[in-house]
Design a protein around this ligand. Structure first.
Ligand code: SF4
Length: 374
């Protein structure tokens, strides 16, 4: 909350209507042109500009091109089952890992943050983390290329947080995050420790690191980049790069998912019947009457079915997506038929995913216990 204009709240609700303005305000670079061309493989999230911006991605592209090692860092707060938002971040993490055999993944389970923000006891967050990890593995995470840890068990990360606390004042944290309970300030320092953990000597020392995040997490990235510069002399840290994805609406069209509105959240673990009901009730860009929609066409760019479900998550083929767009826009397709078609895709995906994740329990348990499998 340190500048006038758009307010980014990593623990709450952020609204971003104008991403150009956001980028200007916080110094985020657009992900476009030559940078996209240099990516060895263009994920649908890149092709469709859902990942819209970056800081220092050039450094990661150079590492890919020159065959040098780099780290991909992410974390989840184990406060609930996987949903479309966590799926998005996980897919980006897996994507950046897939771009080079030299990439190494670091996956932090933010159980201390879950305790500070949501009062979730550590035993409970362990159970949730296990379930989340099953989803990550089912989404394609290669368990041999990732280091998984719980913040509460990772002494070097806590030591880093303590070291960082020497040079961060209350005023700095308040300027970045606004007035908060001290536990959240502490967990912000622990997160900075997470992000720089891959660069500690026992993980091979300083290296380019990329952190894929939602736009609302930028305050953590800015704090960590400042700390990396401050402690460069002591640790040799390279300020981490980041990529940013857009903040997507929930199924009811609200700006941010909230557990207070369960109809808005599609969990990857929920029953197909419950998921179907949510999809069929999702917010659309349809007109008031069928007659009006046939005459004027729908508004797919405002529609959760089109933007959040098909374009972001469930329709991989660009040509099919474009045809879908024009069927809506021209009024040839009405929302009832469209939702039924969308559900066929989504339901089939969910069923496959749930079958896959059910087989991942043992692997997820081993990974949580052993941190890394070779
Ligand atoms: S036809 Fe489909 S894409 Fe178009 S507004 Fe209705 S639900 Fe959305």
């Amino acid at each position: 909350m340190d500048r006038e204009g758009i307010v980014l709240d990593p623990w709450g609700t952020s609204h971003v209507k104008d991403y150009r303005r956001l980028m200007e305000q916080f110094g985020i670079e657009p992900l476009e042109g030559e940078l996209i061309e240099r990516l060895p493989y263009k994920h649908r999230l890149v092709r469709r500009r859902i990942i819209f911006g970056h800081r220092d991605l050039e450094m990661i592209l150079r590492a890919i091109e020159e065959g040098e090692e780099y780290a991909v860092m992410t974390g989840i707060k184990p406060s609930g089952e996987f949903h479309l938002g966590t799926k998005l971040t996980s897919e980006e993490f897996i994507y950046f890992l897939s771009l080079s055999p030299k990439a190494r993944g670091f996956f932090a389970i933010a159980d201390l943050e879950a305790y500070a923000d949501n009062k979730i006891p550590l035993e409970e967050s362990y159970r949730i983390a296990l379930s989340n990890l099953m989803d990550m593995l089912a989404l394609g995470l290669d368990p041999r290329r990732v280091y998984v840890y719980r913040q509460s068990q990772e002494m070097p990360v806590m030591q880093l947080a303590f070291i960082f606390s020497r040079s961060v004042t209350y005023n700095t944290l308040e300027a970045i995050y606004g007035p908060r309970p001290f536990g959240l300030y502490l967990s912000a320092l622990v997160q900075a420790g997470d992000i720089l953990n891959p660069q500690l000597p026992h993980h091979g020392g300083p290296k380019p690191t990329v952190v894929p995040v939602g736009a609302d997490q930028d305050p953590h990235i800015r704090l960590t980049r400042d700390l990396a510069r401050k402690y460069r002399g002591e640790f040799g840290f390279v300020p981490p790069a980041a990529t940013y994805h857009k903040l997507l609406r929930d199924l009811t069209g609200q700006e941010k998912m909230s557990k207070r509105n369960p109809m808005g959240i599609l969990y990857l673990t929920e029953s197909l019947e419950s998921a179907r009901r949510k999809v069929m009730n999702a917010f659309t860009g349809g007109r008031a009457t069928a007659e009006e929609q046939r005459r004027l066409g729908g508004e797919p760019e405002k529609c959760v079915i089109f933007v959040e479900l098909l374009s972001t998550h469930f329709l991989e083929d660009d040509k099919q997506l474009e045809e879908w767009y024009w069927e809506c826009k021209s009024g040839r397709m009405l929302c009832g038929e469209c939702k039924a078609r969308a559900w066929e895709l989504i339901g089939a995906w969910l069923k496959r995913h749930q079958e896959r994740r059910a087989k991942m329990r043992d692997l997820a348990e081993r990974l949580l216990e052993e941190k890394t499998l070779s």
